[in-house]
Design a protein around this ligand. Structure first.
Ligand code: GLN
Length: 270
């Protein structure tokens, strides 16, 4: 009796299981097929310069977005790029170059993307595609303590130091003329020029500005901001599929709070 009951139970369970498997099986097979297709599409759809590798161009003189820790490039952009690469199943490789060379390297297909605290501008959009923005930047003005430059309005007729081809350079050149703007390859060189009185102020993004002021006595950042802007990754116009993949990854990393926690790790609220 006991055995029969058990056997019947086992049989009905087996039946139920096979029915479940029958229908569940076929539906999960469909899902599996479409999953494979979707995954297949995703991986097959984008190509990178080197298979399995996401090659990023940056200028590692831009703390806290990118800077050297020993021989490693670390910072906000390095961590975001690593999270993006992980999501896409790629290994990350970072190439350090002059800021001025990043867009060209992306355009010519030497690298997959530029991630360099780079501001989205209409002009740059003519040359490269941008992802959704992942951070806000501000162009700040650094002066020596005691400077007669108190606000943005005092910049007329002054010598302004900038980093070549950055938005600080582009806007200052537009507003104050080529003859008043001294261009340096590195932000740190512009700051050095300020310290040695070769320029009267430096226009540069606010986070590196803070780092430079913290590292050099006698400098300060003006309270008035020059401009506010958006940072994004740039990719080649010839690789829409990779743009979509990287953009999708950045959106997800924003939504799940990963990007905010990376920003918070490096940027201490004032
Ligand atoms: N945000 C500025 C720009 O895009 C500076 C970026 C940088 O120096 N890395 O021009």
């Amino acid at each position: 009796m006991k055995f029969k009951k058990l056997a019947a139970l086992a049989l009905s369970m087996a039946l139920a299981a096979s029915m479940l498997m029958g229908c569940g099986g076929s539906s999960s097979k469909d899902t599996a097929e479409s999953d494979t297709q979707a995954a297949g599409n995703e991986t097959a759809a984008f190509t990178t310069v080197n298979d399995g590798v996401l090659t990023m161009a940056t200028n590692a003189q831009f703390p806290p977005y990118e800077f050297y820790d020993g021989s490693n490039i670390v910072g906000i952009d390095a961590e975001i790029a690593k999270a993006v690469a992980d999501k896409l199943g790629l290994e990350l490789k970072i190439e350090d170059m002059e800021f001025n060379s990043i867009i060209g390297s992306v355009q010519s297909g030497k690298v997959d993307m530029g991630l360099a605290g780079m501001t989205v501008t209409e002009e740059r959009k003519q040359s490269v595609n941008f992802t959704e923005s992942y951070a806000t930047g501000i162009q700040s003005i650094i002066v020596k303590e005691g400077s007669d430059i108190k606000t943005v309005d005092d910049l007329t007729g002054k010598k302004i130091g900038v980093q070549l081809s950055t938005t600080g350079d582009i806007y200052a050149t537009d507003d104050y003329g080529e003859e008043n703007v001294e261009k340096y390859n590195k932000g740190a060189d512009a700051v050095q020029a300020l310290i040695t009185d070769k320029v009267d102020c430096v226009i540069i993004d606010n986070q590196p500005a803070k780092a430079f002021v913290a590292d050099n006595e006698g400098l300060k950042i003006l309270d008035t901001e020059y401009t506010t802007e958006e940072y994004a990754a740039c990719l080649s116009k010839d690789n829409e599929a990779l743009l979509k993949a990287v953009d999708g990854a950045i959106k997800e990393l924003k939504e799940d709070g990963t990007i905010q926690s990376i920003l918070d790790k490096y940027i201490v609220a004032d």
